[in-house]
Design a protein around this ligand. Sequence first.
Ligand SMILES: [Zn+2]
Length: 460
Amino acid sequence: MKLSFLGAARQVTGSMYLLELENNYKLLVDCGLNYERDVPREANANFNFDPEAIDAVILTHAHIDHSGNLPTLFAQGFEGHVFCTEPTAALIDILLSDSANIEAKRVNKKRKKKEATRRLFGHKQVMDVLDSVVTMPFHKPFELTDHVSVEFVPAGHILGAASIVFRIKENGKVKTIGFTGDLGKSDAKIVVAPEPMKNLDFLIMEGTYGSRFHIEERSAEETLKTYIQKTCIDQPGRLIIPAFSVGRTQAILFALNRLFRSGEIKPIRVFTDSPLGINSGHIHDKYIAYLNEEAKDFVQEYRDLFRFPFLDIVEDKADEEEMLRYYEPSIIVSSAGMLDGGRIQRHIANNIQNPQCTILIAGYCTPGTLGASLLEGQKQVRVNRQDRTVYAKISRTDVFSAHPDQKGLVDYFKSVKEASQLKRVFLSHGEESSLEDIRQVLQSDFQAIDIPHLDEQFQL
Ligand SMILES: [Zn+2]
């Protein structure tokens, strides 16, 4: 069989892998949107295969860089099923619908400026994706054909995220191929720890933080307590936490809920300003069985993961006005995480020139994004089409990171290797330097590690 790396090759976004069997059966693993800065959005329409010829898609998790190009695949003739876990199906429903709105806005803007563009997909294709979904539980291998079985293994990372194990029979031999998808941290908030795959011949592993070491020794609650004390209690300031709607927002609200209920710190009013974050919270509430023991125990005791007395959920215009008129110390949790779009923009615009404000960036920001510019220490930035001087304090924490650091990746790899007869390993989903760094460390233990280029093919 042949494995092709059609995305997230030496970069983070656009995850897509093609497995082609000798009998011509074709499987796509993930179909993510490539949103690297130097790639025009329209480029996502250029599949280097025939979408009609794909037999099935297996989806690791709901994040747009793994699922966001599925509607384009349907727009171009794909007619098969998309297999994923139940929470992933619920999350792609809200994420892809949101993505279709963003796509419509982008196209309208271009047309107003009379610039040539092409619409990738609309709501019709999002409905096609949702209609085609088949959900499967973890740990129950299912037969796609007489020759191909698939098993979902918990990957941590976000609600419903799976690693995928394929057992493929060809010429009388069975080969086992494992895709990690995005992995989570072993001590993550809310979500379960990643479970290493077993009995693999080939491993395709993510390396997002292959160069990084998460330096947090403190818990999420202790980290937040320090920032709240410094920003909102020692002075009348505002703590702004940009957060992705799915996963990160819930982890932060859960940590705030635990912190305030513990009575260790005076409660401060919290505004959560992210429509997608609210819907994503409802989905977490619905699929509590998929969350970790800490989260389940908390629900037993307090009934609610994300709601607490000082929380204001911004749902309509009146809530919005109240939030914007509130000048007392407060905490704002809003999307998007890298600060490049979404509601967070207005909070940054309103507060970036306030020296009593702290912007706490929770995790990785792609180079070129507003979040990355602030973390680099730039003193002049452009927000909402205006240049602004940065007076707010800019901080970063990895405590809410959804990915393991170098040590976590090495530990994960060792567990897989011990339980397998690995022949070859491929690293993807990371900047080139991260993947090179993690390869160097892993090679003290195992030699056959490739870092594929975009569109590179391998015979397995
Ligand atoms: Zn992800």
